[in-house]
Ligand binder design. Structure first.
Ligand code: SF4
Length: 394
């Protein structure tokens, strides 16, 4: 099916995602295969959706995004060039191309990528390269193309398209030194990288076979359950981050609150796209004076860039956190989600950025958050020094 890329709201410029058959590349840690081991694409339903996008664009968010040429992720859940999906993707992709829907391709390679490289206009291709040793790849991704194959594929793709290399999932047991991967791809002109740890929730882990658990690593799975970065992961990540900064390369999907140019390749490939927090951080950095940032400023930045459409917005919220307030289940404007991202979700911006913190104040009878006249918390922006604390006293 084609659905909203709900997990990426305000972090990814991509609006929608396509999900087809079980992915035969068979990566042992693949959350999509683990969640739905028997999934099968519903071609009739997808074609019905695509044929109706013009008619439904005023009332259905997926149709709105497709009709208005927002990019589609192909895909977070399948590899379009895997044996189990290629012929189906060929059919649906051709229709998407006729409709003018831009695509963001996520692949490890396989059948027919050369043909799609030719057919597509300049697009972003995200290639996963989580290892440097092909024997480890063979163990964890038994049916996916080899590392050498992926390297040669990128050498071809980069002549026309923009490339992001995903060291994803990154784990010190899978690759001791990810800098080897970064340097290898840097040498052929790749500038954008993603580094992400392995994510498998306790619920997803219950669907793993004993063999899969052994292949992924039982220690690694135990750490996933804690949902914490290990010391080893952080050390490697920081080493890579420093190298990437030093060499003028770009780390995508790493929202620290600082300005960066990770959105440039999206601007180059997709004239219409969703706004992101990274865009907001870039906007804030234009005035480097430490200052207050209100919800109104945040709202005024995002609202004009979001679709003016009424929808069930709960999907943007409950994918991030299970919160008690279920009022978003009513049909409402997407812009109403912004306040959840400002201060209702458990991990709002100050919890993960070095430039933004809540402001706390001594009011004489209590110490509390500083709020505006509509009772929204106020943030403090300072990009002159790092501050990873959630709040500061003013
Ligand atoms: S290639 Fe992607 S979708 Fe396919 S099994 Fe591997 S992780 Fe899953």
């Amino acid at each position: 099916m084609i659905d909203i890329l709900t997990n990426g709201f305000l972090s990814s410029p991509i609006a929608t995602n396509i999900n087809l058959n079980y992915c035969s590349h068979g990566c042992s840690y693949c959350f999509a295969n683990i969640n739905y081991p028997k999934r099968k694409a519903n071609l009739t339903e997808i074609l019905r959706l695509l044929k109706g996008i013009e008619r439904n664009k005023g009332k259905d968010l997926v149709s709105y995004y497709l009709a208005n040429k927002y990019p589609l992720m192909v895909s977070n859940n399948i590899d379009p060039f895997s044996k189990s999906n290629y012929s189906l993707f060929n059919q649906i992709g051709t229709f998407l191309l006729e409709l003018g829907v831009p695509m963001f391709i996520a692949t490890r390679g396989g059948e027919g990528w050369q043909e799609w490289s030719e057919k597509l206009p300049k697009s972003i291709w995200y290639i996963s390269v989580p290892y440097h040793d092909d024997a480890i790849r063979q163990r964890l991704e038994p049916n996916a193309p080899s590392l050498e194959y992926r390297f040669n594929m990128v050498k071809e793709l980069i002549k026309k398209h923009k490339i992001i290399i995903g060291i994803n999932p990154m784990n010190e047991n899978y690759v001791k030194d990810p800098l080897l991967i970064i340097k290898q791809y840097e040498a052929i002109g790749v500038k954008n990288f993603v580094i992400n740890p392995i994510h498998l929730s306790p619920k997803q882990q219950t669907n793993l076979t004993e063999t899969q658990k052994d292949v992924i690593g039982r220690d690694i799975l135990a750490n996933c359950k804690n949902n914490k970065f290990t010391k080893e992961y952080l050390e490697i990540f920081i080493r890579c981050y420093k190298y990437i900064k030093l060499k003028g390369l770009i780390l995508n999907f790493n929202e620290t609150g600082e300005a960066n140019n990770s959105m440039d390749i999206y601007n180059e490939c997709y004239p219409t796209r969703l706004p992101t927090h990274q865009d907001f951080f870039n906007y804030l950095a234009k005035d480097s004076t430490p200052r207050q940032v209100t919800f109104k400023e945040y709202y005024d930045f995002f609202a004009p860039k979001l679709p003016d459409i009424v929808s069930n917005t709960s999907q943007f919220i409950f994918n991030k956190a299970n919160i008690k307030d279920k009022s978003s289940y009513i049909a409402t404007k997407i812009t109403n989600v912004l306040h959840y991202y400002w201060e209702v979700l458990p991990e709002p911006i100050p919890s993960y950025t070095s430039t933004l913190s809540w402001i706390k104040k001594d009011f004489g009878t209590k110490v509390d958050f500083l709020r505006d006249k509509e009772n929204n918390k106020i943030m403090w922006y300072d990009n002159t020094k790092e501050n990873w604390n959630d709040y500061i006293f003013k």
